[in-house]
Design a protein around this ligand. Structure first.
Ligand code: ADP
Ligand code: ZN
Ligand code: ZN
Length: 742
């Protein structure tokens, strides 16, 4: 028996049968034993094709043993080991095993989540795509000229100009047809990269900004930690130069041949971030986003695993990307809830990033303008080190927040008279305005004026949202839609009222108030088509549209240097909610929206419309900014024994019958009670905040503990009991450790 440097057993001599302990993609928590197919050397982390039920599936070898408790007659033999080396290296296996354990998710499913789709199939995966595109001399000459005309082509030229080593198709911002057209004109050409992925030049492409003092200190702290674990919380208002800090902190690491993993909440929303990286560095950048096809995803994954890609940028699942020479992990917008996977394998990419960095002994940087209370608490506990950028970079000033008391104000469609005046003023002074409302569609309620009938979703406990232009009612919870009624189905009256406001309705009102302006609405409805978000952002940036209106999509990450007025149309939404995190989210959102205004030399103004100007949350935020709010919110959490001062887990269950989930959860509660230490509390079962969704009834049971360890101990004993419970088969159930969405 030999042991390799990671401490894993690798090869067992063949006089005894070799037993493979395999993680099979199935919702079962157990591992499965198979006889090894032949004498080929086996290592944990290798894929293995095994018979499972009536199917052949791809599993992953967890361990090797020389005996199995399965009787020899029932022990099956694995079919094949398709790869010569592990696809998941020892480090990644450790991360995944830990994550499956901590989040109480079946290991087979957890491992499958980490593999690109093409590696989850028994068929051999395609060979790597070595094709790259680069500029020709003729293409170089086109550069300045093209920029004014064809946008796509110009983008391709710019992108390739900053990557003399060439780029794969997936990294280029254009469809294949565009590339072919450009190729025919002789501006760009294809070539094959060499067979073995060699080290790529990691030189700088463009000159970095000279740093201000706070930025320099941040970069120095991160650099001083190279090659050793340290978790940094990089807190800086929007525009304070966080991205510049990332860029300069990673420069020496790239030069030393190390790789940087950058996690972002949503790549579609932050095309500029990717661009900043790709224009600064000549390194190969692997971008893992949902727009890739399976093939492109596999190529990006391989580029990371081989070390060919110097920078890997991706959304939460990219935390499971193999890295040949990891040097630093960056988590941008660390407070963002979408870093937590909300179904299936419910992990927090941010928390795993910190865990992985510690395991790899490398630094991790969590950047944000509005830190999560969890991360602030970790700073207080000295687990993270805070790096602070108190001021905006360059000459931009931080805009003041102003409350606009809506009480008694004349108002149509959430546009109060004072706000309309402010908009006029800013437009007159050649500014741009940005209006934020977190509700798309035309109106959230369609009501019969005669009898009080309300259009409801047939599958959810929810109202349908009216979408005016399409004449449809849509449920924003399950996605079902139907033609909007024109007559009341109950009394036949044709006097139906659209009550309340969504972005579509506000857009219409704005257009009526400002007929000479272009109103640009950015929400999920207007950006469904591929490329439409980019086009809209370009219009916003160029100043062609001077009134910008949108949801979260508009609030996140974009730079609009000419926006001088930002307004939150309805702050009241977030002030009263059952979810204890709602106020934190609201505060973060207000600060994010505020960050869109006055970025360049133009002074900005931020207006928050509310009917509750005395609300303590708003007061803290206005008076002391986010830090004051966060301090107060942390105190509240401490008093209420909520995270980060306690650990939570949620057992959810759902079924098409209302009684099954409740019965199962009641049973689950009874199983938990004898296991509970006195500092673990059970709450529920109760109906989920929206009990029926997409035709299924949902309920939940919450576990609250003083500390993580006690909660984990309970879960460890409890989850296996749940699995065996008869009622468990009548419901869909799941455990959510550290839930962010109650
Ligand atoms: P953040 O990521 O915090 O929003 P960025 O890094 O994007 O901030 O910086 C905001 C703007 O300021 C960008 O246009 C950037 O190029 C510029 N910038 C960053 N650092 C400096 C600096 N030290 N001097 C001048 N401009 C800077
Ligand atoms: Zn009616
Ligand atoms: Zn619905």
């Amino acid at each position: 028996r030999t042991v390799d440097r990671t401490g894993e057993k690798i090869l067992i001599m063949a006089d005894k049968p070799q037993i493979l302990e395999v993680a099979v993609p199935s919702p079962l928590f157990r591992r499965f034993d198979y006889r090894a197919p032949d004498d080929a050397p086996v290592k944990p982390g290798m894929r293995v094709i095994v018979p499972f039920g009536s199917r052949k599936v791809v599993g992953v070898v967890l361990a090797l043993r020389d005996h199995s408790d399965v009787p020899p007659a029932r022990l099956k033999t694995a079919d094949a080991l398709p790869d010569r080396a592990p696809v998941l290296d020892a480090e990644l296996m450790q991360l995944l095993k830990w994550a499956a354990h901590y989040y109480h998710h079946p290991i087979g499913e957890a491992l499958a989540t980490a593999l690109p789709v093409l590696l989850r199939k028994p068929e051999p995966p395609p060979v790597p795509d070595r094709q790259r595109w680069r500029l020709t001399e003729a293409g170089c000459k086109q550069l300045p000229d093209r920029l004014k005309r064809a946008v796509r082509q110009a983008q391709v030229l710019v992108e390739l100009a900053s990557h003399p080593q060439g780029l794969p198709r997936a990294a280029l911002p254009a469809a294949r047809s565009v590339l072919t057209a450009m190729e025919e004109k002789g501006w760009i050409e294809r070539f094959e990269t060499s067979d073995a992925p060699g080290p790529t030049p990691h030189a700088l492409n463009t000159e970095p900004h000279p740093l201000n003092t706070a930025q320099r200190q941040a970069v120095e702290s991160i650099s001083a930690s190279a090659g050793q674990y340290n978790a940094f919380l990089l807190e800086g208002v929007t525009g304070s130069g966080k991205t510049e800090v990332y860029l300069q902190a990673i420069t020496p690491l790239l030069e030393a041949g190390q790789q940087i993993l950058v996690l972002v909440p949503e790549i579609g929303l932050t095309p500029q971030l990717v661009e900043r990286f790709s224009t600064r560095f000549a390194a190969d950048i692997a971008v893992l986003h949902s727009g890739l096809n399976d093939r492109e995803r596999l190529d990006a994954w391989r580029a990371a695993a081989s070390g060919q890609a110097g920078i890997i940028i991706g959304t939460r699942s990219a935390i499971f990307t193999p890295l040949a020479r990891p040097g630093l992990i960056v988590v941008d917008e660390e407070h963002d809830a979408s870093l937590k996977q909300q179904d299936g394998f419910r992990y927090s990419a941010r928390d795993l990033a910190v865990w992985r960095a510690r395991q790899l002994d490398i630094p991790v940087v969590l950047g944000t303008a509005t830190p999560s209370l969890e991360s602030l608490f970790n700073v207080q506990q000295k687990r993270y080190r805070k790096l602070h950028l108190p001021e905006r970079a360059g000459s931009a000033a931080t805009p003041p927040l102003k409350i606009l008391d809506l009480r008694g104000q004349p108002m149509r469609s959430l546009l109060s008279t004072s706000l309309l005046e402010a908009i006029r003023e800013h437009l007159k002074n050649h500014g741009q305005v940005l209006l934020f409302l977190n509700r798309r569609g035309y109106a959230p309620v369609l009501l019969c004026h005669n009898c009080g009938w309300i259009a409801e979703c047939r599958r959810c406990d929810a109202r349908m949202t009216l979408h005016h232009r399409s004449g449809e009612l849509r449920c924003h919870h399950c996605g079902s839609q139907r033609r909007a009624e024109t007559d009341c189905p109950t009394c036949g009256n044709d006097d139906l009222l659209a009550v309340g406001e969504g972005t579509e309705r506000i857009e219409q009102a704005l257009q009526a108030y400002f007929p000479d302006e272009t109103v640009l609405r950015i929400d999920r409805d207007t950006t469904r088509r591929k490329g439409s978000l980019e086009a809209a952002l370009a219009d916003a940036q160029s100043g062609r549209a001077r009134i910008l209106l949108g949801t979260q999509m508009l609030a996140k990450g974009h730079h609009f240097p000419n926006v001088t007025l930002a307004a939150i149309l309805d702050a009241d939404q977030g002030l009263f909610s059952a979810d204890f995190r709602a106020s934190e989210r609201m505060a973060q959102l207000i600060v994010q929206v505020a960050g869109r205004a006055g970025r360049a030399d133009k002074p900005g103004e931020v207006v928050i419309q509310t009917h509750f100007p005395e609300h303590p949350l708003l007061h803290q935020l206005i008076a002391g900014g986010y830090p004051a709010f966060a301090e107060a919110a942390l105190k509240e959490r401490q008093q209420a024994l909520l995270p980060p001062f306690a650990s939570l887990a949620l057992l959810r269950a759902e079924a098409t019958r209302a009684d099954f989930p409740r019965d199962f959860l009641q049973q689950a509660r009874e199983l938990a009670e004898p296991l509970c230490a006195e500092n673990v509390q059970l709450w529920g079962p109760v109906a989920a905040p929206m009990e029926r969704r997409a035709g299924r009834y949902r309920a939940q049971l919450m576990l609250q503990a003083d500390n993580r360890a006690d909660l984990q101990r309970l879960l460890k004993h409890w989850v296996p009991l749940l699995e065996r419970e008869k009622l468990a088969r009548k419901v869909r159930w799941s455990i959510d450790v550290d839930p962010v969405d109650m």
